[in-house]
Design a protein around this ligand. Structure first.
Ligand code: SIN
Length: 355
């Protein structure tokens, strides 16, 4: 009897009292999705053929395709642009980076996901990493198969990207690419397959973490992934200088180099053979370009490895810069930013050795 009354009293008390702290709804981070297009937003006319158009679906469709996102985050989104990433250019980078900088400063945002085409993700993510202050993670993701494909990879990548953006574990990671269960630093990642879902590789270092169905793991606290501050803060950038990439091959002449200089390039990134080497004819063209004030950076067409200063080429004598770890696509971004400030060649070399 007593027991019963006590039980009734306890039950009544519980029904009237406010929910105790331990019973509160689990914390959900506020993740903002900035959509830019790409295959993740692509649609096919026929799911049994590989042809499709990138950048067809809007951000609302991407979010609606993964209802489980609401289990792990409060998700909002915005269509910043809707293009295939092969059409990314300086103007698009400036628009996106400025928007991301504003989102970084918003109290209503815990972390940011950028959906983006895979073709130039290695470039846009590196540009953002070098120009946007990232106390909160910025997570690039996309898809190799269009949204309508049998076995589309976009929904799983988006789910993982939202989990990574909302996680406290990834706070120190800066700008990353989340793809096919891996977390890659924007500093080290390159697209290394034309069509397969495991399209991204951090060729010289490996990924900085992994993510398993929305559960991120970060290796060594993401050491070395993020920059302590932006190289050139985006607020101060209104335009970027013209920098071209030229691809070396056996028997290369100097005509493409001369043409780049005539067309107004302020910098040339040479995707050299091996350790950034070129033919004698091309070397003469690069020396003349350098003498005219064009900054020449020697990089490599090889997938992995560093381009070393003063190895087979006398960079000191020829006034060249060696790209160190950066492959041509990222070396071009760094050179564009380095050229925004008056710098000696030694200072630009130091930028390549640092960033
Ligand atoms: C693109 O980069 O926009 C097309 C290819 C892709 O997203 O995978």
């Amino acid at each position: 009897m007593i027991r019963l009354s006590r039980g009734i009293l306890l039950a009544a008390t519980c029904a009237l009292a406010p929910a105790p702290a331990w019973a509160a709804a689990p914390f959900k981070p506020d993740v903002f999705i900035a959509a830019t297009g790409g295959t993740i937003a692509g649609a096919q006319a026929n799911v049994e053929q590989h042809g499709y158009t990138a950048g067809e679906l809007g951000v609302a469709s991407l979010i609606a395709a993964v209802p489980q996102l609401t289990d792990i985050a409060n998700v909002t989104g915005e269509q910043v642009m809707n293009i295939p990433s092969q059409d990314m250019d300086d103007a698009a980078w400036l628009t996106l980076a400025k928007r991301l900088e504003t989102l970084e400063r918003s109290d209503a945002v815990t972390g940011i996901v950028v959906t983006h085409g895979t073709d130039t993700m290695e470039e846009t993510s590196f540009f953002v990493a070098l120009t946007v202050d990232t106390p909160k993670p910025i997570v690039f993701t996309g898809a190799m198969r269009p949204a309508t494909a049998i076995g589309a990879d976009g929904p799983a990548n988006l789910y993982d990207a939202v989990a990574v953006a909302g996680s406290t574990l990834t706070r120190a990671c800066g700008t990353v690419v989340v793809f096919n269960d891996q977390i890659h630093s924007a500093r080290y990642v390159y697209k290394t397959d034309t069509t397969r879902p495991d399209a991204f590789t951090s060729v010289d270092r490996g990924p900085v973490g992994a993510v398993d169905t929305g559960h991120p793991v970060v290796f060594d606290g993401c050491a070395g992934s993020a920059f302590r501050q932006p190289m050139v803060p985006i607020a101060g950038i209104s335009a970027l200088p013209k920098v071209d990439i030229l691809y070396a091959y056996a028997g290369m002449g100097r005509d493409l180099i001369d043409h780049a200089v005539l067309a107004g390039a302020k910098g040339i990134v040479m995707a050299g053979v091996g350790d950034g080497n070129v033919t004698e004819a091309a070397l003469a063209g690069l020396r003349d370009a350098s003498a005219k004030g064009v900054v020449v950076v020697r990089s490599t067409r090889v997938v992995a490895g560093f381009t070393m200063r003063n190895a087979e080429v006398d960079d000191d004598k020829d006034r060249f810069v060696a790209s160190a770890e950066l492959k041509p696509s990222k070396a071009r971004i760094l050179l564009k930013l380095a050229l925004l400030k008056p710098s000696s060649l030694a200072e630009i070399q130091a930028d390549f050795d640092t960033w």
